[in-house]
Design a protein around this ligand. Structure first.
Ligand code: F0G
Length: 454
């Protein structure tokens, strides 16, 4: 049989409703043309993020009922520790409430003025958490990552020569090196096992710890299984484990491949660094065995970390973005090729060649897509950079919540984008009305600019 189907059935549903065209216009204006400001009830298909928006399994809901809410040493933590050991090989996980909490705790002990933290491509909260300590965040991706049409199988790979040169130049100013799997900033693109190991070797030679931002570790492992020579058909759990084996530490937002709505992990092999991070955790998140989560959250995470490695799930998961991406390409809409793991990224520069970066072409498409069809996407471009800066690419991200939408929902999104593409000349550019200095895209307000006004 050739038909691909979602490898689950649905036993709990939430209604969704499309507001009328007039309602959508009023909603957009009230939100200052920023979709972060739109109430979720006014969205018909929500592709804002794949983070914390997934559906939990029956097994996860059952596990939540076992949640032990003891302040210290809860059974729930023991079950989480067991799952983390099995999946990652790290012995003493520090739970946190989400990925950016792991980042904040880690950089409070490892960051600081004058320091430099490289990554293949920093996610925006990682960069912000590094920079708030006075350190500098540096991206070292391969050149193919900047070309949306390049079909390099591992566009998330780190620039190894660049890494070696940076470590040679900066020396002790680099407290640790990061590598993000998959690279969200580069379009949900994977990093090969070969590249991870080579980056680890460069770090070893230079005496610097090598850390993973492992939010989407299972999706990355699936891509390795499908694309890397010699890896085809290997158990995906074994590949996932090898990724972690290459690292001295990791931050994990369990809201992605932990298949939970809230939760994170900080994994550190070095006892001294872990102890210092643990002290910050206790002060600002919660005790070492719950880190700001309820016991039931730890149980749901323990189940999710194993469940995510199911090959049927991952085939469907990676197939979802591929389905949307290849159909958009076939309709003449340029995306970041090949389609990523958790999202499809539309190239807004090619979608709206009439809009320069200072008119925020990707945010303009996000607004137009909501206006046409009630679909919420997010901008990864100059609006995200803010402060008059220009992003290397202007992208509209269609992020796929896990186990939430069916193929028919995605067909609706594809139809909306194809229709919008046909009338793209009418999409108007934007200007900033007001925006904060840090992470502007979350709260900024915009206004549309008439073409005559330039
Ligand atoms: N690192 C990466 C690569 C991420 O994609 C995210 C979150 C984080 C760290 C922070 O984790 O949200 O749990 O605090 N990404 C979400 C997104 C928000 O929409 O891409 P968090």
């Amino acid at each position: 049989m050739k038909t691909e189907f979602e490898p689950f059935r649905i036993k709990m549903v939430e209604p969704i409703r499309l507001p009328s065209a007039e309602e959508r216009e009023a909603i957009l204006q009230r939100a200052g043309l920023n979709l972060f400001r739109v109430p979720a009830a006014d969205i018909v298909i929500d592709l804002l993020t794949d983070s914390g928006t997934g559906a939990m399994s029956a097994a996860q809901w059952a596990a939540m009922m076992r949640g032990d809410e003891s302040y210290a040493g809860a059974d729930s933590f023991e079950r989480l520790r067991e799952a983390v050991r099995e999946v990652t090989g790290f012995d003493e996980p520090l739970p946190t409430h989400q990925g950016r909490a792991s980042e904040r705790v880690l950089f409070e002990v490892a960051g600081g003025a004058g320091r430099v933290v490289p990554n293949n491509a920093h996610f925006d909260t990682t960069r912000a958490n590094i920079e708030r300590t006075g350190a500098r965040a540096v991206d070292l991706s391969i050149p193919e990552a900047a070309d949306p049409t390049s079909r390099h199988p591992f566009k998330g790979n780190m620039d190894l020569a660049g890494l070696d040169a940076l470590l040679a130049a900066e020396g002790a100013r680099v407290p640790l090196v990061f590598c993000t799997i998959t690279s969200n900033a580069a379009g949900g693109q994977p990093v090969s096992l070969e590249n991870l190991r080579a980056a680890r070797d460069v770090c070893r030679r230079r005496g610097v710890p090598f850390f993973l931002d492992a939010c989407r570790f299972a999706e990355n492992a699936w891509f390795i299984r499908e694309r890397e020579p010699g890896q085809r058909g290997r158990p995906v759990a074994a590949i996932a484990r090898e990724q972690f084996d290459a690292a001295d530490g990791a931050i994990v937002s369990a809201k992605k491949d932990g298949l939970v709505n809230i939760g994170g992990l900080l994994l550190v092999r070095d006892d001294d660094l872990r102890r210092r991070a643990g002290e910050v955790l206790i002060t600002t998140e919660g005790y070492l065995t719950y880190g700001g989560l309820a016991g039931r959250d730890l149980d749901a995470m323990a189940v999710g970390l194993r469940e995510v490695l199911d090959p049927d799930y991952l085939r469907y998961r990676i197939g979802t973005a591929a389905y949307v991406g290849e159909r958009l390409l076939a309709a003449g809409i340029q995306i970041v090729e090949p389609p990523g793991g958790h999202a499809v990224y539309v190239d807004a520069r090619r979608f709206c060649p009439h809009l320069p970066p200072e008119r925020f072409p990707a945010q303009a498409v996000v607004v137009a897509l909501y206006r046409l069809a009630g679909v919420r996407a997010s901008e990864v471009g100059s609006a995200m950079v803010g402060a008059g800066g220009h992003a290397p690419l202007e992208l509209v991200r269609l992020a796929m919540p896990r186990r939430v939408y069916t193929r028919a929902h995605l067909d609706y999104v594809i139809e909306a984008l194809v229709e919008l593409h046909a009338r793209r000349d009418a999409i108007r550019g934007l200007r900033v009305v007001d925006a904060p200095a840090s992470l502007p895209h979350f709260t900024a307000r915009y206004a549309e600019v008439d073409p005559e006004a330039g």
